[in-house]
Design a protein around this ligand. Structure first.
Ligand code: AMP
Length: 438
């Protein structure tokens, strides 16, 4: 099947040719005919399946350059908002539609200015609802509403915001819902707000012949040593190391750095600008290892991820699937490696229960047992010197602002008075010097 046979507009075909997309992905082949036909669609498709083009082609099909919001795409995270908006801009460049992106955590002025003449809006539910309430966003001309990564939006507690946004949309709109998993909540939402939706699904967007999934049965105390060994010895391109919590990311990042392994770290606790910069550095392959929480796995299309490590095992197979979906994309090879200790046993059993997943046990390699603590305690943090703070700066892509955030910084390291008298000033100047050097 060729793209032209799906009925996609010629201007979009031109972009597809420029992008060298040879033939439609399964989700595109299945969903685009319904989407172009104006039907409501529920599509079970995960990141990397090519779903952006599946709904993008539909949006471009019925929207005109009118400087009125005709399409709204709701996504769970800011990173995904940027990514989807980028794709929409690309796909609609010969139709001259204006796409704008809105999400929280950044200033409103520029977003409000851009919204004035936008045809397509991509954003996260909180900020979109905020603009609707303030009457900055008017949805009366809306033709298409897309709920992207719907399962994630619900998992993240956006259900009420999403419902309020849906209610602000005209009734005679087209609704397209994309979700990696179709849970009862998703079905309920669809029943409530969609009209005779067509259902399409793709089996798996990861080509099993390209993805090797295996696990190591490892002692919790030796987990870090094994990770460090694998990171040093595996022949890899880009690597993502998933941890369960922000705190785990902080600790593992610090420990890897202390082993001389160049890494970046990201989690939802970082300010938005820093998160964007870190992802950019990772995508540009400046530093090839990213230690992260699941936030980074949500919907992002990062090219060239050859290895995914589950340092902590997620408790649901859908999170595991989201994670491994970062690798073996677009015909490339990938490895998903889980480090399973007795602490992860129960979670891992859940994952193994999924009949679609085939994860093989691998024999432990010979590796050096590193004698470093498994936990970095706050008391330890208090005693580390300036050298290590600099180092922390490099871990996180050089974005720790010691000057302005002095108060917060002191609080988190629990050494308020000493820092106030001496360290604060030192960091201030240190930061500026470092900043210049970069
Ligand atoms: P998405 O799931 O929309 O994030 O798309 C995942 C990646 O696949 C993106 O980098 C797209 O540019 C790419 N892509 C989408 N459709 C195709 C296609 N038909 N052929 C090749 N690559 C594609």
């Amino acid at each position: 099947m060729a793209f032209r046979n799906l009925g996609i507009k010629e201007e979009v075909i031109k972009v597809i040719e420029e992008e060298n997309f040879e033939k439609p992905f399964e989700i595109q082949e299945k969903a685009i005919p319904f989407v172009l036909d104006g039907k409501d669609v529920i599509a079970q498709a995960a990141t990397g399946s090519g779903k952006t083009l599946a709904f993008g082609a539909g949006i471009i099909h019925i929207c005109k350059r009118e400087e009125k919001i005709q399409a709204l795409v709701l996504v769970p995270t800011r990173e995904l908002a940027e990514q989807v908006a980028g794709s929409m801009k690309k796909f609609s460049k010969y139709n001259f539609l204006k796409t704008t992106v809105v999400y929280g955590g950044v200033g409103m002025a520029a977003q409000i200015k851009n919204l004035k003449n936008a045809d397509i809006v991509v954003g996260t539910p909180g900020r979109i609802l905020d603009y609707i309430t303030r009457r900055i966003i008017d949805l009366k001309f809306l033709k298409v509403l897309v709920l992207d990564e719907s399962d994630r939006m619900l998992d993240m507690g956006f259900i009420r915001d999403v419902e309020r946004i849906i209610k602000a949309c005209p009734i005679n709109r087209q609704t397209l819902m994309f979700s990696a998993t179709i849970s009862p909540e998703i079905t309920h939402l669809a029943k409530k707000y969609m009209i005779n939706p067509m259902k399409v699904s793709v089996e798996s967007y990861v080509d099993p012949s390209n993805l090797r999934q295996f696990f190591y049965d490892v002692n919790e105390r030796e987990k870090f040593s094994l990770l460090a060994h694998l990171l040093k010895n595996e022949d890899s391109e880009l690597t993502m190391v998933f941890c369960a919590t922000r705190r785990r990311v902080d600790i593992i990042a610090k420990k890897l750095d202390s082993q001389g392994i160049d890494i970046l770290a990201i989690h939802g606790g970082f300010p938005q600008n820093r998160r964007l910069r870190i992802m950019e550095e990772f995508q540009n392959k400046k530093i090839r290892i990213l230690v992260c929480t699941d936030v980074a796995a949500r919907g992002l299309d990062i090219k060239g991820v050859s290895h995914v490590y589950n340092y902590d095992i997620p408790n649901e197979s859908k999170d595991y699937i989201h994670r491994i979906g970062r690798t073996a994309r677009a015909g490339e090879k990938g490895k998903a490696i889980s480090l399973v200790s007795n602490r992860d046993g129960k979670n891992f059993e859940n994952i193994l229960r999924n009949p679609k997943l085939s994860i093989k046990k691998e024999t432990l390699p010979e590796f050096e047992r590193l004698s470093i603590e498994t936990k970095v305690h706050d008391s330890h943090r208090k005693s580390v010197g300036r050298r290590n703070f600099r180092r922390e700066r490099s871990i996180y892509g050089g974005r720790v602002n010691f000057g302005r955030r002095k108060g917060r910084f002191n609080r988190s390291y629990g050494n308020h008075n000493r820092d106030k008298r001496t360290l604060g000033r030192k960091y201030d100047s240190g930061r500026r010097d470092n900043w210049k050097r970069r």
